[in-house]
Design a protein around this ligand. Structure first.
Ligand SMILES: [Fe+2]
Length: 176
């Protein structure tokens, strides 16, 4: 279940409806999806997409998305520091960034229009849609385990446009 950190007051919101309403106020969508069958740790991309087809397909049809795939990052993935580095700097995309967490954990940091910073920790069952051009960054440390469905209308839209603000450095932790 997702949790939301309000960095300014260092308070954490754990009630899902409260998190949903708070994010909705900024145009960010969060939802809970359930698999239609049990998934093994080594389930294939096809099996995972099939298990969530009842959620995935209506969403993709409704909003006109055409491509979905599954990414799998785990502690044995090569070049983990470089992968982390790529995600953890503030950036935007020209397309919405849509993720569904099949397993593992990830932190989405959002730089709101009112300049506040919030962080949503996502885990199994959490679906997030971040609007295009929204300032954000993502961290997969310290667990380095994320299995997620990505949904696209245009793969090129997912290229990060770094803002170069450096604000992420005030929040990202160093792990040894
Ligand atoms: Fe992103």
């Amino acid at each position: 279940m997702a949790t939301l950190l309000l960095a300014k007051d260092n308070t954490t919101v754990t009630n899902f409806e409260e998190i949903k309403n708070l994010l909705q106020g900024h145009g960010i969508m969060i939802a809970k999806w359930e698999a239609s069958c049990a998934l093994a740790d080594d389930s294939s991309q096809e099996t995972i997409l099939e298990a969530y087809a009842h959620e995935l397909k209506p969403f993709m049809d409704k909003f006109g998305y055409t491509v979905a795939d599954v990414i799998n990052v785990h502690p044995n993935t090569e070049n983990l520091p470089a992968i982390r580095e790529k995600f953890m700097k503030e950036h935007t995309h020209s397309e919405d960034e849509i993720r569904f967490f099949v397993d593992g954990f990830g932190k989405f940091w959002f730089h709101l229009d009112n300049e506040e910073i919030i962080c949503v920790t996502c885990e199994r069952g959490d679906f997030m849609s971040v609007p295009k051009n929204f300032r954000h960054w993502f961290d997969l440390a310290p667990g380095y385990f994320v299995k997620a469905i990505r949904i696209f209308s245009n793969m090129e839209g997912w290229v990060p446009n770094y803002t170069g603000s450096g604000i992420d450095q005030n929040y990202n932790k160093t792990y040894n």
